[in-house]
Design a binder for this molecule. Structure first.
Ligand code: GLY
Ligand code: MN
Ligand code: MN
Length: 462
């Protein structure tokens, strides 16, 4: 945990931003996978973690802004629970580490909240993403479950997004740590990838790296020779000579901060000429975007800049034609790059996505586009010092999308479908790193790690 001042200051700032009423932050519970006692790995709610720091199930934080008090509802482990699981830190001691001293049994929470409802104290709560939380909110507040999404507090969402978006030095240290473990995962993938080894075998070993480092994976490992499908999960199929392996993985460290990196490398440890040509275009777009980071620039403009670099490279190779800027304005590049350049990163791999992309990645004056491609851009707003996010351009040869576009005669001024047909079995290339906005520009997170084609080949062959 961070110091208790960190958590107290975060809660004080939130209180000031909300001004009146009750802030209700339920933590997560254990959840059965296939029966009650066989549970999914416990993952605390990130907002609860941010304000209360306590990584255990069954807790709810109530901040009573009207009366300037903070109450943690939860229970000490019973002797029967200790009998099965062994001793754990007392809740009182963990709460004290977070600066919380008023602890009450969870059985008192429903009555407490019902009194607040009757006193017409406004109750601010966030959009739930687990059914159990919806049920709890519904019964505590007397709101039908189906109405909960319409009753969430936009004021609370905006206050939390504004606070969590700017990472403090102690948070950046944690993300650096998660990224370093993610680099270890990437190195393991490069070490293991060889003809005959299966995708699932490698993916399993990457998860082991994250767990051994004291945390877990920040999302299910994407390790695939079918990189043309953006989030294709591993299959028990053996790698073959000549293929490209796209590995998109992340570690969540012990403090639950995430890393999220992608590298694409050849099974044969050396790119073919065709693979290297595509790789270099992607890497050039990545580098151009990384060089553009600074406070005040709109990430949507960084995205479009990267798209223009991708289009320019594909025009040079003869896969696209015409003018790169015009091709991007028309959306023709989305055949090869149908998604966004990046997303916020922090306690969540897509940071705060449960609070709504409209609030996290966009603002009142910049709405998310509904156009193909841009509708998948999770971050569009102006960057501020302290923001942490990914840059992850790619070129994907999706034969199904190509066939559909060609049949519909889409963007024939900009796409050379005959040449694209030659890449039908190419797959996809993505390069992804994690960046911090500094006062004057950007800084890559984690220790130095190969990303150019030459550096990756050198690493594979070392
Ligand atoms: N790892 C999923 C993503 O990059 O968004
Ligand atoms: Mn990502
Ligand atoms: Mn990723």
């Amino acid at each position: 945990m961070f110091s208790k001042e960190t958590y107290s200051n975060r809660r004080q700032r939130l209180q000031s931003a909300i001004g009146q009423g009750i802030i209700l932050l339920p933590g997560n519970d254990d959840s059965g996978m296939n029966y009650k006692d066989n549970i999914y790995p416990f993952r605390q709610d990130s907002c609860f973690l941010y304000y209360a720091g306590i990584d255990r199930p069954g807790l709810t934080l109530v901040i009573d802004v009207d009366n300037n008090r903070e109450i943690l509802f939860g229970d000490e482990a019973t002797i029967e629970e200790i009998m099965w699981a062994g001793p754990i830190h007392s809740l009182a001691s963990q709460a004290a580490e977070a600066g919380l001293t008023d602890i009450r049994p969870s059985s008192e929470l429903p009555d407490f909240l019902w009194r607040c409802v009757n006193l017409q104290q406004g109750i601010h709560f966030l959009p739930p993403y687990r059914g159990e939380t919806t049920l709890k909110l519904s019964s505590w507040l007397g709101i039908p479950g189906g109405e909960i999404p319409r009753r969430v507090s936009v004021k609370l969402i905006k206050a939390i997004v504004s606070q969590r978006s700017v990472k403090t030095p102690e948070e950046i240290q944690q993300i650096d740590d998660a990224v370093n473990t993610t680099i270890d995962m990437q190195l393991k993938a490069m070490e293991l990838a060889a003809a005959g080894v299966t995708e699932t075998e490698i993916a399993g070993r990457l998860q082991a790296v994250a767990i051994a480092a004291g945390g877990n994976i920040s999302f299910p490992v994407i390790l695939t020779v079918n990189g043309q499908f953006l989030h294709n999960h591993p299959h028990p199929t053996p790698l073959q000579k000549g293929q490209l392996v796209l590995c998109d993985c992340g570690a969540e460290n012990a403090m639950r901060y995430a890393g999220d990196l992608t590298r694409t490398h050849p099974v044969d440890k050396k790119f073919t000429t065709r693979q290297r040509e595509i790789y270099d275009i992607v890497h050039h777009a990545y580098q151009t975007a990384a060089n553009a980071i600074k406070p005040g620039i709109r990430f949507k403009d960084v995205h479009l800049l990267a798209c223009e670099q991708l289009a320019a490279g594909l025009i040079e190779l003869g896969l696209m034609k015409g003018n790169a800027k015009e091709a991007v304005a028309a959306g023709a590049h989305t055949l090869f790059f149908p998604c966004g350049l990046g997303h916020m990163l922090g306690l969540d791999i897509h940071d705060m996505e449960n609070l709504g992309e409209a609030y996290v990645g966009y603002t009142d004056t910049l709405e998310k586009s509904t156009d193909f491609g841009l509708k998948s851009l999770r971050l569009g707003r102006e960057l501020e010092e302290g923001f942490v996010f990914t840059i992850e351009p790619g070129i994907y040869f999706n034969p199904l999308l190509t066939e559909a576009w060609q049949a519909a005669g889409k963007h024939t001024h900009f796409i050379n479908y005959e040449r694209v047909a030659e890449y039908r079995h190419f797959g996809g290339v993505r390069v992804e790193d994690n960046f911090l906005v500094t006062a004057t520009g950007g800084r890559i997170l984690g220790r130095p790690f190969a990303s150019t084609a030459t550096d990756i080949e050198n690493l594979l062959q070392s």
